[in-house]
Write a protein that binds this ligand. Structure first.
Ligand code: ADP
Ligand code: MG
Length: 416
């Protein structure tokens, strides 16, 4: 019974960091890096307590669940978190003295850490189900190694084996449960953020439409008077000034129009659009911009990709995504633009770059108002694009890997 009690204490020690993280850290600490550092420290503390109050069993045999904080710290953290936590385990184990147990710890870590690190990347890019599988698989692997090396170093005995089996089952079940718990809580947080975003969005679009009208009126009046001032007997220099003023006013007006266009739902100007030819136009529009960035745009466009929607909005959405793709490659490269139809009734647009890519955290925030990592960015492009795609009843999927590139897959309902 005592063994179970000890295991339950260990479980509590592991759950605490998860709750601390979601209650105090996710929303207050903005930088992804700082969050990971804090989390590594929390997992370190968890390991410290797990190892300080091990499952009491036999003389000199220390059993604990330190693998779980190590696993979580490594899979949800960075390469350096994994190294830090492993080093911490070894140093702290050293404090208990150099014995067979110490060698056992080092051996097990040496054999399991590379495997954990190997799966770290796959874990970061996986969906919920796959994450659970990876975490459980790694926990199982670690326990098997532990069990074997324990047996080899100390000799197999039935009693040891029994407790090791209990540990294996406990670790696997707890890892399974905690991964699901962690993913579920982070889903709920994500949902809450999205809700906040959509509220922000509503406020923005309301405000912009009010402001836009208020600003437009004085602008129209100014433009009118400027035109009146433009008399034939004015000097060329003055005429030029007036023309520049009018042009600038027109530009400001255009920006306001763009801004207004996403706030409102489109009114009755939907039409049949051929996505392929629309993409060709967009690529043409953006060509000079891509050339100035040393970026080549390669297209592969199927014909007869018809959808129903507003072509101006579609263009705006595609331009935003293409612009980001181009801007993600400061040293130039290739952007692929592909358009096909799928078997299940969608038009699939793929826009793929070889740029700087995004981390998972960055991808999660993509599309939030004012989220931008660029010096002169507005952080509105993706928000507008996502909203346009939603208004077309379409879907977007973003795949991205840091320093490898980003792929936007847009699915829009096809019509005949
Ligand atoms: P902005 O371009 O003004 O920064 P966006 O809403 O268009 O705003 O994009 C938001 C952020 O998303 C960008 O600052 C960038 O960090 C990231 N991003 C978007 N597309 C890509 C991409 N293709 N590759 C890398 N990062 C991207
Ligand atoms: Mg942009």
């Amino acid at each position: 019974m005592n063994i179970i009690k000890d295991f339950l204490l260990q479980l509590t020690l592991i759950v605490i960091p998860i709750f601390i993280y979601f209650t105090f850290i996710t929303e207050r600490v903005n930088s992804d890096k700082n969050r990971k550092v804090i989390m590594s420290i929390l997992w370190g503390i968890s390991i410290f307590f797990c190892m300080s109050f091990p499952v009491s069993f036999g003389e000199n045999a220390r059993l604990d669940l330190r693998i779980i904080p190590l696993l979580f710290g490594s899979l949800y953290g960075k390469f350096s978190s994994a190294i830090f936590l492993s080093a911490f385990i070894i140093v702290y184990r050293l404090y208990f003295g150099i014995s067979i147990g110490f060698y056992n710890t080092v051996l097990v870590l040496l054999l399991s850490l590379p495997v954990i690190l190997y799966f770290q990347k796959a874990f970061a890019g996986s969906n919920k189900n796959k994450r659970v599988k990876i975490a459980v698989g790694l926990a199982f692997y670690y326990c098997l190694i532990g069990l074997t090396s324990f047996g080899v170093l100390r000799g197999f005995s039935l009693d040891y084996l029994k407790v090791q089996m209990i540990q294996l089952i406990f670790v696997v079940v707890v890892t399974w449960f905690l991964t699901i718990l962690n993913e579920a809580i982070s889903d709920i947080h994500q949902l809450r953020l999205e809700l906040q975003n959509s509220e922000k969005l509503r406020v923005i679009s309301e405000l912009t439409s009010v402001f836009a009208h208020e600003i437009r009126n004085p602008m129209q009046v100014t433009r009118g008077f400027l035109q009146l001032l433009n008399e034939p007997d004015l000097s060329n220099e003055k005429k030029e000034y007036i023309q520049i003023s009018i042009d600038e006013l027109d530009r400001a007006n255009e920006i306001i129009n763009d801004f207004l266009s996403f706030g409102k739902p489109s009114v009755n100007n939907n039409e049949r659009i051929e996505v392929g030819s629309q993409l060709q136009r967009v690529v043409k529009i953006i060509q000079s911009y891509s050339r100035s960035h040393n970026v080549e745009i390669k297209t592969d466009l199927f014909e007869n990709c018809w959808i129903y929607g507003n072509s101006q909005k579609l263009n705006q959405c595609l331009i935003n995504i293409l612009k980001n793709a181009i801007e993600s490659m400061p040293n130039g490269g290739i952007v692929w633009v592909i358009c096909t139809s799928t078997n299940d009734g969608f038009i699939k647009i793929i826009i793929k770059d070889q740029g700087i890519g995004m981390t998972r955290m960055q991808m999660d925030r993509l599309g939030s108002p004012f989220y931008s990592l660029k010096e002169n960015g507005t952080g509105l492009g993706m928000m507008v694009s996502f909203q346009i795609i939603r208004s077309f009843k379409g879907k977007v999927q973003v795949n991205s890997e840091k320093n490898m590139g980003t792929e936007f897959i847009i699915l829009l309902p096809q019509i005949n």
